[in-house]
Design a binder for this molecule. Structure first.
Ligand code: SF4
Length: 301
């Protein structure tokens, strides 16, 4: 399906005036031997983000043990965990001058703790190198393992993020190795174990969900204690991925964003090109200022 006007326009605005920064960020990541979910996930915003520069680091290799229908990351036999990666992330983040560092990973169902101890090592390395920077971890579900969740929380990220991605009915088709209730439980456990750490989640529209199902998902996420949310349009990254079922009108994103604020979410970004790590720093800064954030009242940069 052709991209609708509102997405093409936004992409052109976003990518229209890019400096060379985007290329140098790619170069920097390569020099440090690092991956980003921006590139592996084929994010439509990567050029604009890299030009800032911001990037979401992807740890534990770039081969996932799962095969979600919406995701461009390669699936298969993952690589050996590299103990030097935490230092390299901290070095790259310092070189980029990041004030808020986002770290995510492929899912490593092959590791006893799912990679939680490696996440903790990355958080500590960043804290040591950039003591004033915010640290946000976008984690897989660790198969709901409470000890793995505790391992990450004990390392003290500022934001603990786990995406729900889609509505309950579509899990078998879109996210077959994940379990809807288990992902909700991950959010709930994080909030219970350490309420001082911000809990964040996100999902996509355009995969065939109904507005009612999206509203149920909103309330389910809010009931976990999560108060930070991103909602964006699913875009098909490659031909092997699930087709777009529908391009959702921006007005629906606005309505869902307002509904989320009514439900008590304090930090909401809801618009077609919103992605998990977009506005991450802004949301975090608003939080520590004690105010709220909604991109409905702020043009997306
Ligand atoms: S678990 Fe994450 S990285 Fe792996 S295929 Fe699914 S979305 Fe992609």
């Amino acid at each position: 399906m052709r991209l609708p006007e509102w997405i093409r326009k936004d992409l052109n605005i976003r990518n229209g005036h890019l400096s060379g920064g985007s290329h140098s960020t790619r170069g920097l990541l390569r020099r440090h031997g690092l991956s980003s979910v921006c590139e592996e996930g084929r994010c439509p915003n990567s050029a604009a983000c890299f030009a800032k520069p911001v990037a979401a680091f992807m740890i534990l290799g770039n081969v996932c043990t799962r095969d979600c229908a919406f995701c461009a990351v390669d699936s298969g036999v993952p690589s050996v965990v590299d103990p030097s990666e935490p230092e390299r992330i901290a070095d790259a983040a310092a070189e980029m001058g990041l004030r808020h560092v986002v770290v995510t990973s492929v899912t490593r169902d092959d590791l006893p703790d799912g990679g939680a101890s490696h996440f903790a090592a990355v958080i500590r390395a960043i804290r040591q190198r950039l003591p004033n920077a915010g640290v946000e971890t976008l984690i897989p579900d660790f198969k709901g393992d409470i000890n793995a969740i505790k391992t990450v929380l004990d390392a003290g990220p500022d934001v603990f993020n786990h995406n729900m991605e889609t509505v309950r009915r579509l899990y078998p088709e879109i996210r077959p190795a994940a379990v809807y209730n288990r992902s909700l439980q991950v959010l709930g456990l994080a909030h219970e174990i350490n309420p001082a750490i911000a809990v964040k989640s996100g999902f996509m529209l355009g995969l065939g969900e109904t507005t009612e199902e999206a509203d149920d998902l909103l309330t389910d996420i809010r009931d976990t204690g999560c108060d930070t949310l991103t909602i964006g349009q699913y875009l098909r990254p490659t031909k092997k991925n699930h087709p777009v079922v529908e391009y959702i009108n921006p007005a629906v994103f606005e309505a869902l964003g307002r509904r989320a604020m009514e439900l008590g979410f304090g930090f909401v970004a809801s618009a077609p090109l919103v992605r998990s790590s977009m506005n991450a720093e802004e949301m975090y800064r608003k939080r520590i200022q004690g105010s709220v954030f909604s991109n409905q009242n702020k043009a997306l940069e």
